[in-house]
Design a protein around this ligand. Sequence first.
Ligand SMILES: Cc1cc2nc3c(=O)[nH]c(=O)nc-3n(C[C@H](O)[C@H](O)[C@H](O)COP(=O)(O)OP(=O)(O)OC[C@H]3O[C@@H](n4cnc5c(N)ncnc54)[C@H](O)[C@@H]3O)c2cc1C
Length: 346
Amino acid sequence: MRGWGRLDGPGRVVVGDVELEATRAVVVGVGTRAWAPPIPGLADTPYWTNREALEATEAPASLAVIGGGAIGVELAQAFARFGTAVTVVEAGDRLLGPEEPEASELVTAALGRDGVAAVTSARIQAVRHGPDGFTVEVDGRDPLVAERVLVATGRRSDLRALGAGSIGVDESAPWLPVDDHLRVVGARRTWALGDVTGKGAFTHISMYQADIVVNDVLGREVVPAAYHGLPRVTFTDPEVGAVGVTEAQARSAGIRVRTGAESVPASARGWIHKAGNEGFIKLVEDADRGVLVGATSAGPWGGEVLGLLALAVHAEVPTTSLRHMIYAYPTFHRGIEAAVKDLLGS
Ligand SMILES: Cc1cc2nc3c(=O)[nH]c(=O)nc-3n(C[C@H](O)[C@H](O)[C@H](O)COP(=O)(O)OP(=O)(O)OC[C@H]3O[C@@H](n4cnc5c(N)ncnc54)[C@H](O)[C@@H]3O)c2cc1C
């Protein structure tokens, strides 16, 4: 049925004036909504979220993008290529903060070539809207004037609107807590999947979890959910594919880290590709276990090259096996062999 559902105790959902009782399971897959930070004035303006940006039928003359994460940089580049003058305003000290610093550098340079300006470590004081468009006041800089403002500062769930308290979940929590069978912790007959579980805001997480939920609800055997090999791709040009943890995350987790890298232009395929061949492969190894715990493949088809690396991290393939397998010539994924040699020192 079509409608807005609200949990009403274990196994019960209310949609308008219809009350539903599940004999077996309630599965919550409500996703998240774009979240806007409490910047003075912003809430009173007709700012865009990703939704309005994607519904636009004409490119604005100028656009200020607040937030330089994956969605912010993807849309910044897309609009720039439609002819919009784009400025990305990011609070952190680099774009694509959760990814490797080398990826931030690559994407910042690529955006620069498309005419996108990036302002990092930015403190926005206020956003105003008037007949001449938007004004974004950033600490220590001239005000930024733009026809449109796109807010891309993350996404949040709303457990209160969902009625999560009725199944015993703390409604002020950011996500529905789930176990490795995706059962909502402390709630009977309730499963959750996707963004609302906080395990990674990606379509493939939602689908991976859905498979587990279906099997668990039907009483079939379940392979418990594991997220150590979570892949993701930022679809800028060049693409940034990444899996597992970054070098910094591995180090702060106390892992003895070894890294290896190869630049795409230095590879045979990168040389053949010529223009637009910027990119790199970076590997992060748990040196004590001799397996990769993270990797990045950025460049042309970076998201496709990621496939081999995602398997290596997921299946914990020994780096010595990666060193002695055969990589087809002249492919982009052959860069992985060079990065493994760099990591192992031979
Ligand atoms: C601009 C953008 C680009 C993205 N690009 C990628 C990408 O390239 N790759 C990738 O993997 N992921 C991408 N994502 C993330 C991806 O879209 C989400 O991770 C994914 O859609 C989450 O799936 P979900 O099933 O949890 O929720 P959703 O796909 O959000 O679906 C939830 C649905 O539930 C409905 N709903 C919500 N509350 C209720 C309620 N109370 N009652 C009834 N219905 C309700 C919503 O209207 C919605 O239709 C992107 C997201 C954005 C915003």
